[in-house]
Design a protein around this ligand. Structure first.
Ligand SMILES: [Fe+2]
Ligand SMILES: [Fe+2]
Length: 188
């Protein structure tokens, strides 16, 4: 079911568990970014049914953002800027931009991969963290990210056969994840 070509390396979870505060701050920014990215797709793909589904998804991502803010507050942490990992930028760099139909197909496929990776990592975190509040938070988000990855993959089909690009971009995503980054981020 998952489009991911490799599991998250064990060192990512070790690093994340070692600094859950930074992970949570980055997570808040990721949910905000997800909402903004999906809203941008509403502008780029003006089809009524798809726009409705994407609008609901954007609102759901904003709800996740607010949930992450509440977790930050509960832990007494500030909400402040944090440089993102290179993950999303590297995946975007592998996407075609023109013509628009190909750009949209790639944007939806890349989005689906990011959602699928989030989904995989939320499950890892939900099973590994000790803090019961944080466990519940990760458990609560997991099903939504599963739905989001399926929605984006289905949306991609409106713009052509997504399978060749899914194979290519999933390989790029797996290479980025396998290489990893020496920082604590949801997608490092
Ligand atoms: Fe989310
Ligand atoms: Fe999502």
């Amino acid at each position: 079911m998952s489009p991911l070509l490799c599991p998250t390396p064990a060192r990512w979870l070790d690093r994340a568990l070692g600094d859950l505060d930074t992970l949570l701050l980055d997570h808040a920014h990721c949910e905000k970014k997800a909402a903004s990215t999906v809203l941008a797709l509403v502008f780029r793909a003006p089809e009524m049914e798809l726009s409705g589904a994407l609008s609901r998804m954007a609102r759901e991502e904003l709800t996740h953002f607010e949930m992450a803010l509440r977790e930050l507050k509960r832990r007494g942490l500030p909400y402040e800027k944090l440089p993102p990992s290179a993950y999303a930028g590297r995946l975007a760099a592998a996407c075609r931009k023109r013509p628009e139909s190909e750009g949209l197909l790639d944007a939806f496929v890349a989005g689906a991969l990011i959602e699928a990776r989030s989904c995989e990592r939320l499950a890892l975190l939900a099973n590994a963290v000790d803090d019961p509040h944080l466990r519940a938070f990760y458990h609560a988000l997991h099903p939504a990210e599963e739905r989001h990855h399926l929605l984006l993959l289905e949306a991609a089909e409106r713009f052509g056969d997504p399978m060749p690009r899914l194979a290519h971009l999933a390989a790029v995503e797996a290479a980025i994840v396998t290489e990893g980054e020496d920082i604590v981020r949801m997608h490092a």
